[in-house]
Write a protein that binds this ligand. Structure first.
Ligand code: PMV
Length: 313
């Protein structure tokens, strides 16, 4: 049997903008997805024991099969490779948490172990990127990079097709955040395509917003390095406003953002593809984290309590 894991992720700055080459900031979550792969005589079977939003696994089934086919191809294995795949771990299957990339990294590592293939982390990252295309169409690569390497990362897609640029951002100490799910399974691919279409149709509106997103990413990095959490929160709020302007938020996300801010979060924004999926809020200290998380839970939403900036998970 082969085993592997991949981290979940939360984007602090720059989702959607990163697809177009704007830098972004992402943190791995301490929750991760685990995979086990076993050779079997025939076919591919998948047993998905990941916890979280019920419809998620069903909704993503076809994309999951395509992602595995893509992985086999780039790993140099025949499409007829027969195996059973088990998925589990403590990363919930909410959309917006990078669950697909975490599972691709976990599966790629487990396949590599079971079939005695030796891949470096860079190669696993590349394989997971290929798999992500099944879920996201034209992914930036931010999810698979966080899923593979973990930690808090500065990320910029290489628009010329070479290796993406990423570097670790080291902060004074890990900071509590919460991630709340709207419960709506979002279609990242459709959301990404929608932004690209609107950007093309309306450059007068979109180009300045993309410029602002770039400035925000640099300001966010500076605030994180200075451990100025108040500033980080303000910039996250600003990032949410930009995401509303490019029409990827929705009323449920805006509602969760409002509740988190009202309960004292330093900043709150949608995270990931939007259109459903998740909201994240900066809630330093376990007391504040608990206050915001429990209020949102009482309203019937699922919440993940995690930290950003944990270097070794
Ligand atoms: O919804 P998620 O967790 O797959 O995050 C998508 C992030 C985007 O920036 C919208 C797309 C991408 O490939 O970077």
């Amino acid at each position: 049997m082969g085993k592997g894991s991949g981290y979940g992720k939360v984007i602090l700055f720059g989702e959607h903008f990163v697809v177009h080459g704007v830098p972004g900031i992402v943190s791995a979550t301490d929750a991760k997805t685990d995979a086990e792969v076993r050779k079997i005589p025939q076919g591919i079977t998948i047993k998905d024991d990941r916890k979280g939003s019920k419809g998620y696994a069903e909704e993503k089934k076809l994309q999951q099969i395509e992602s595995i086919e893509r992985m086999l191809k780039i790993m140099g294995l025949p499409q007829t490779t027969a195996m059973s795949i088990w998925l589990g771990g403590d990363l919930p299957g909410f959309s917006g948490l990078g669950a697909s990339a975490a599972s691709s990294v976990a599966i790629a590592r487990a396949i590599a172990e079971e079939f005695t293939l030796h891949f470096s982390d860079e190669q696993i990252n590349q394989i997971a990127y290929e798999a992500e295309k099944a879920y996201a169409g034209n992914p930036s690569g931010i999810d698979n990079t966080a899923a593979t390497f973990g930690g808090l990362l500065w990320f910029q897609k290489n628009m010329r097709g070479g290796s993406d640029i990423f570097e670790k951002i080291l902060i004074k100490k890990p900071v509590e955040i919460i991630i709340a799910s709207t419960g709506i399974v979002a279609n990242t691919k459709a959301m990404v395509e929608g932004v690209a279409q609107r950007k093309k149709a309306n450059p007068e509106k979109y180009n300045p917003l993309f410029k602002q997103a770039e400035e925000l990413a640099f300001a966010g990095k500076k605030a994180l390095l200075n451990f100025d959490l108040k500033k980080v929160g303000e910039l996250m709020n600003e990032n949410h406003r930009l995401l509303q302007e490019i029409e990827v938020s929705c009323k449920e996300l805006d509602y969760l953002v409002d509740v988190a801010r009202r309960e004292g979060a330093l900043g709150a924004k949608l995270t990931g593809g939007g259109g459903g999926g998740c909201m994240t809020a900066l809630t330093p200290g376990m007391d504040l984290q608990e206050k915001v998380a429990s209020t949102i839970e009482k309203e019937g939403f699922q919440v993940l309590r995690t930290k950003i900036g944990v270097q070794k998970l």
